[in-house]
Ligand binder design. Sequence first.
Ligand SMILES: Cc1cc2nc3c(=O)[nH]c(=O)nc-3n(C[C@H](O)[C@H](O)[C@H](O)COP(=O)(O)O)c2cc1C
Length: 130
Amino acid sequence: MLSQYLYISTAPTLSRDEVDAILATSARNNPARGITGLLLYNGRNFLQLIEGEEEELVALMLRITEDARHSGITVLDRRAIEARACPDWAMKRVLIAESIASRPEMPHPEPPEGLAPEIRKMIMNFAVLN
Ligand SMILES: Cc1cc2nc3c(=O)[nH]c(=O)nc-3n(C[C@H](O)[C@H](O)[C@H](O)COP(=O)(O)O)c2cc1C
């Protein structure tokens, strides 16, 4: 069964390199596990969408929850899906502003097609939270 999880977490002081390292690990691990998704970081919090087979997602969520680079993991949504919204993304960084000051310079984030409207809305809301 294909599933999708959406969660937020807190990581107050990660550098760009540290976020890049998380993405590099994801790009290395996720294809073999059939996991796809997207990751947003606003300088304080992550929002991540992961999709794949339920047992792979449960295993990944366990690893992610034990990861000391962030805390306060809160699952916002968890659902069965018919098809992936991010079939081509092993883990895509969706760049958003990390401060109000830098927001005017940032391109508007474009969540992929195929997300449920309420999931899309949560992603868009997160992108303008700071
Ligand atoms: C916000 C966040 C998102 C992560 N997403 C993934 C992911 O999609 N795939 C993954 O394999 N590891 C992800 N990780 C890293 C895992 O917590 C863990 O460090 C990693 O899976 C260990 O892999 P390794 O044994 O190959 O080093 C993420 C970590 C954080 C903090």
